[in-house]
Design a protein around this ligand. Structure first.
Ligand code: NDP
Ligand code: MG
Length: 402
């Protein structure tokens, strides 16, 4: 008899949440939606509770009572918990097999780390968790025999192109033992690929979040426009695959058909192709090592035009360069970069700074914020302390610029 996988979707009201729940709804015998979380979009969360009837749900601390009442009135018996502690409670619930880590930003770190320490199977979308706490996360995964499966499309593509022996223990990739020479992260180049820097400078929010190929949440859409997203993904890949940043190349591939590649020492490049639809990597990780129908549109190879590959312009997309620099400096620098970037993106979305100011803010934070090197036994409190210092610095910087 096939066991039903019990799933907690943290970040259920977001874009990754949508794609995940569409797959889960299509396979009700294989997956049980055990828990959901939302934050501000509570009407949407309520509708999801009516549709999936999870056992547990997490909202912001201030919303717990009202949301619990609303569920009660609708006759839904669902346990409601709140805030960061509630997310951790759900992530470590003994009934949960799989945690889909799809909260955006640093807010996703504590529950993702808790899932690892509880030995869960983790479908990781929240790249910021690895950017902030890569070593701590990977250590926790190994110690507690958690299974970490990337659903960020590039990392999922690389995972699929790696030999099974590495997939099962996705650390320690060596050219000699596995023949892996380099990883190639593909990037769409975002909405400003064909535009000048001065056009980018004038861009409003609507233009910046209008991604050419993918439909995503606002923060990651802005990150794609500045290519900070690829910078964060570079750091994510270093941790996931245990490689230094100089073993990972970035190439712009505007069609977003090849989702990333692994280059082998014999000259082979293995690539994963598919329609730009997050349901494919999510379904892959949900059912791994089996395969299920994701509901995504199959790729129509006859309808495809040429596939292009372009070297990124690091002056126009300075964030990509900053991410390499931060990775070379160490985790304290990647924490600072991530914190500054979250603040800068929020300021851009609030109309306080220009899109092109994001790279300047990130660069200043990286060079000016004074933090000491993280020790080998650093834990989440040390990481959050650096995150806090960087946020305070960036807040003042943004206030001066706005
Ligand atoms: P969305 O903005 O669409 O969704 C974010 C989710 O996080 C929502 O459920 C939101 O709740 C919740 N949330 C936001 N802030 C908090 C908080 N402080 N505490 C608890 N929950 C919070 O983002 P995406 O789905 O696009 O992205 C989610 C993650 O996945 C990001 O880390 C992103 O980088 C990564 N990712 C996304 C991809 C995509 O295609 N969208 C592709 C690859 C990676 P609410 O909406 O109710 O406020
Ligand atoms: Mg990605």
């Amino acid at each position: 008899m096939v066991m039903t996988q019990r799933i907690a979707v943290l970040g259920a009201t977001g874009s990754i949440g949508d794609s995940t729940l569409a797959i889960l709804a299509a396979h009700p015998h294989d997956y049980e939606v055990y828990a959901l979380s939302g934050y501000q979009r509570l009407d949407k969360l309520f509708a999801l509770c009516q549709q999936f009837i999870p056992k547990r749900v997490c909202v912001a601390v201030d919303s717990v009572n009202e949301f619990a009442q609303r569920l009660n009135q609708a006759g839904l018996k669902i346990d409601v918990v709140g805030g960061a502690a509630g997310l951790i409670d759900i992530a470590t619930d003994s009934q949960v097999d799989t945690v889909v880590a799809a909260i955006v930003g640093a807010a996703g770190l504590p529950s993702t780390l808790a899932s690892a320490r509880a030995g869960k199977r983790i479908l990781l979308a929240n790249k910021e968790a690895l950017v902030m706490a890569g070593q701590v996360m990977i250590e926790a995964v190994k110690t507690h025999h958690s299974i970490l499966l990337p659903i960020d499309s590039e990392h999922n593509a690389i995972f699929q192109c790696l030999p099974p022996v590495i997939q099962q223990d996705n650390t320690q990739i060596h050219e000699r033992s596995h023949g892996v020479r380099k990883l190639w992260l593909t990037a769409s180049g975002g909405p400003f690929l064909q535009q000048s820097f001065s056009q980018m400078q004038k861009a409003g929010v609507a233009e910046a979040v209008k991604h050419p190929n993918w439909s995503m949440g606002q923060k990651i859409s802005v990150d794609s426009a500045t290519m900070m997203n690829k910078g964060l993904e570079l750091i994510e890949a270093c941790h996931l695959f245990d490689l230094p940043e100089n073993k990972i190349n970035v190439v712009i591939h505007p069609q977003s058909i090849i989702h990333s590649m692994v280059e082998y020492s014999d000259g082979s490049f293995l690539a994963q192709l598919g329609s730009p639809d997050m349901k494919t990597p999510i379904a892959h990780a949900l059912s791994y090592p089996a395969r299920i129908n994701s509901g995504s549109q199959p790729l129509d190879l006859y309808a495809l035009s040429a596939l292009e590959f372009i070297k990124p312009d690091l002056q126009k997309f300075a964030c990509l360069h900053l991410a390499r620099q931060a990775m070379q400096s160490g985790t304290q620098a990647t924490i600072v970069l991530n914190a500054a970037n979250e603040m800068a993106v929020a300021a851009f979305l609030a109309g306080q700074v220009r899109l092109t100011d994001i790279a300047d803010i990130n660069e200043q934070a990286l060079s000016q914020v004074q933090v000491s090197t993280l020790s080998a036994n650093a834990d989440i409190d040390d990481i959050l302390a650096i995150d806090g210092i960087a946020r305070r610095y960036t807040e003042v910087l943004i206030a001066k610029m706005a």
